[in-house]
Design a protein around this ligand. Structure first.
Ligand SMILES: C[S@@+](CC[C@H](N)C(=O)[O-])C[C@H]1O[C@@H](n2cnc3c(N)ncnc32)[C@H](O)[C@@H]1O
Length: 235
């Protein structure tokens, strides 16, 4: 029985991988990389290319559709869990790689549940990664919270009312998955007077990184999936 590792590879910059992540990625037999669309490259895999040896290690790209439809997601999670378990039971160590941190809004959370339920004998080790939020704050040189301040993280898909309530309660609001509701969020930030208190960060840690602080530029931008907003309370 070999071990299974969930390896957080950070936001996209290979230099933001931990030394432990690098050591494990160099040592495992199999690397399983998630992709949401078969025609897209895996961001996690792109981040670790320089650390792996494709002549010695097996690289598997597994599709997890970008949907909240459980009828599509559950078979994808189950398929990945079976793949991981088959390799581990055959004595091949497996690393499931994930952008950012594996326990922070990551597919690995669902895989871990299935593995623990169905293959409790397989040892799992989780290697934390630098989350997109920490990397974004660093690039913007923006303190996330200080002193007694409180912060909340909301996937914007939770809806505009949840975001509105959060803006009234927390000194810092971080919105992930902003793409689908971007227009409504911009409108809300205008009506709540947050134009000067908002930072937009896209593809942090990659050559396509964008950090925008000018609200006009933020509002005119068409974000991609890998983007987030950090909103501070009005002074
Ligand atoms: C499913 S969550 C994954 C979070 C990830 N596990 C982490 O620790 O950062 C996906 C969301 O995280 C944010 N995200 C992930 N990587 C990013 C990046 N490189 N730049 C900006 N936002 C990113 C985006 O809001 C995206 O919609």
């Amino acid at each position: 029985m070999a071990a299974v590792y969930a390896v957080g590879v950070g936001p996209g910059d290979p230099e933001l991988l931990t030394r432990k992540a690098e050591r494990i990625l160099r040592s495992v037999d199999v690397i399983l990389a998630p992709v949401s669309n078969p025609s897209d490259a895996s961001v996690a895999l792109g981040t670790i290319r320089e650390f792996i040896d494709e002549s010695r290690q097996e690289i598997i790209v597994h599709q997890f559709p970008m949907t909240s439809n459980q009828a599509l997601l559950i078979p994808a999670w189950q398929g990945a869990a079976e793949l991981i378990a088959t390799h581990a039971e055959a004595g091949r160590s497996v690393a499931f790689i994930t952008i950012g941190d594996p326990l922070f809004y990551s597919t690995f959370i669902y895989l871990q549940r299935l593995l623990r339920e169905q293959w409790p004998q397989i040892p799992i080790e989780i290697i934390p990664g630098i989350s997109s939020i920490n990397a974004a704050a660093a690039e913007a040189a923006l303190p996330l919270v200080e002193g007694d301040e409180k912060m909340v993280v909301i996937p914007a898909t939770a809806g505009i009312e949840r975001i509105k309530a959060a803006l009234e309660t927390y000194e810092t609001v971080v919105l992930l998955k902003v793409k689908p509701l971007f227009g409504a969020i911009i409108q809300l930030l205008r009506t709540t007077g947050r134009e000067q208190r908002t930072v937009f960060v896209e593809r942090v840690g990659s050559p396509r990184q964008k950090v925008l602080t000018d609200f006009g530029e933020i509002a005119a931008h068409s974000p991609d999936y890998l983007s987030l907003l950090i909103i501070k309370s009005a002074p």
